[in-house]
Write a protein that binds this ligand. Structure first.
Ligand code: RAT
Ligand code: ZN
Length: 463
């Protein structure tokens, strides 16, 4: 066996890792303390419930297309769970097209396949024929294992049988327990007909205490040309030119829907090209933001979440898997936080290159809460880098992660993996603090972990 680097006598002393210096007394002390720190941090991280502030999950009242024990299947249902949904997650659709390209399986043919056939295809090529190394593949294995299923099982049918024997409501409880998620925040897209009609048909659809609602209205800020006519169709007296009457009507629309779904904040995904140029910026998006959206939210005391940096549909044949990442403009976020001190902003950005500038912006504005390692950033190496940098710049005043789960069971792996990385970074940071001579107590650690997983977001909602 190769000797561990720290014990290699050929290495000059200065290059040996700090905790393995040849001073044996010092060494056993620091090793023991770092083992203690590790134990306390990982236990706190595993036992502290998390409030997941951004998912695409729904209570059972929104219907489910997944067959379950004695439950009706709703083909357009929004509540996704189970093995076939896990395998057809859009992250994995993109990955299977790396190994079975469109020249061998034309996109239209893939989309014509049933969900079961698509899942079989992905399972065969990414999990049976290849080692499931990517983060999204590994996530399926973590999920199965934590649910008590065998990650070595190659026969998909046995997993299918297990899921088909569950009922959705009790499965939601089980997944929340296994993942340690105490509250799931939805993303409620009011411009999506399927979703909007469900709220209109059953105003109590969201009344499930495990979930909280968020009003999402991308077209209002991204595409007034199409959002305006929609609002008109829904009975709001708006016109294209964003006059006073139109602004008042947009505000009425927002009030109505925030109240209808009992939203805890409002949210938009904005393109990399998103720019806000201050009071003289009269583009439609900026005008709606400045004159309708932000005054309404300030009046209601609700934060606005901006998710910035996804360029939609660079390969439309991949559908949800067809979006990409590009660098965005942090200066616009700074301008918004500065121009609207009465508003609170949650912000996540998709490009790795934007993370440092965004964290620095949060040092300047108390009304800015940075959150999550979003989508293409939700990979262990990047979560570690970003979390480390945020802790160094912001202490615990940020929300390190959200799951973005689209399939209920994904809560398990997304939180399992993220908790481990956040814990790893915290152990290092506590060791650095203790290196100054300051002791870190178990109570300190529990308080910090609770803040990172729950309190920072909860306090930001109700300051
Ligand atoms: O991460 C994702 O699943 C993306 O497809 C998007 O849903 C993104 O998170 C968003 O909320 O727009
Ligand atoms: Zn999302």
């Amino acid at each position: 066996m190769e000797p561990a680097i720290g014990s290699n006598p050929a290495l000059p002393a200065a290059k040996r890792p700090h905790s393995l210096r040849v001073d044996s007394h010092h060494s056993s002390f620091t090793d023991k303390r770092s083992a203690e720190l590790e134990h306390v941090v990982y236990s706190a991280m595993r036992s502290t419930p998390v409030w997941d502030l951004h998912t695409h999950l729904y209570p059972s009242a929104f219907g489910s297309p997944v067959p379950a024990a004695m439950e009706a299947v709703d083909p357009q249902g929004l509540s996704l769970w189970g093995i076939d949904e896990l395998l057809t997650y859009h992250y994995l659709v993109a990955e299977v097209y790396r190994v079975v390209p469109a020249t061998r399986l034309p996109y239209e043919q893939f989309w014509r396949m049933s969900k079961t056939q698509q899942a079989d295809h992905i399972w065969q090529h990414l999990f049976v024929d290849r080692t499931p190394l990517s983060e999204a593949c590994r996530g399926v294995l973590t999920t199965l294992a934590r649910l008590g299923l065998d990650p070595n099982e190659r026969d998909l049918e046995s997993h299918r049988k297990w899921f088909a024997a569950q009922t959705l409501d009790s499965h939601i409880d089980r997944v929340m327990e296994v993942s340690g998620v105490s509250r799931i925040t939805m993303t409620n897209a009011v411009f999506d007909d399927n979703e909007r009609n469900r709220w209109l048909a059953d105003p109590a659809a969201g009344a499930d205490d495990r979930f909280r609602a968020v009003l999402r209205f991308d077209p209002l800020l991204r595409d007034w040309q199409s959002a305006g006519p929609q609002l008109r169709e829904w009975g709001y007296d708006v016109s294209e030119d964003l006059n006073d009457k139109t602004i008042a009507e947009i505000r009425r629309f927002l009030h109505n829907w925030i109240n209808r779904i009992n939203a805890i904040y409002c949210a938009v995904s904005l393109p990399p090209s998103f720019h806000y140029g201050g009071p003289d910026d009269h583009s439609a998006g900026s005008t709606v933001l400045r004159e309708a959206v932000l005054p309404t939210l300030a009046e209601l005391g609700l934060p606005m979440a901006m998710m910035i940096g996804s360029r939609l549909q660079v390969n439309p044949s991949l559908k949800d898997a067809g979006d990409t990442v590009e660098k965005s403009d942090v200066a616009s976020v700074v301008q918004i936080c500065s121009d609207f001190p009465e508003n609170r902003f949650l912000c996540t950005m998709l490009a790795r290159e934007n993370q440092h500038e965004l964290a620095v912006a949060a040092r300047k504005f108390g009304n800015l809460m940075v959150f999550g390692c979003w989508w293409f950033l939700n990979n262990p190496s990047l979560v570690e880098e970003i979390t480390r940098m945020r802790l160094e710049l912001l202490g615990t005043t940020f929300v390190p992660q959200h799951s973005d789960a689209r399939v209920l069971d994904q809560l398990i792996y997304k939180w399992d993996h993220s908790r481990n990385i956040i814990a790893k970074v915290l152990v290092d940071k506590y060791a650095d603090v203790e290196a100054t001579g300051r002791r870190v107590s178990e109570g300190d650690i529990q308080r910090d972990v609770q803040h990172l997983l729950h309190g920072a977001f909860a306090d930001f909602l109700t300051p």
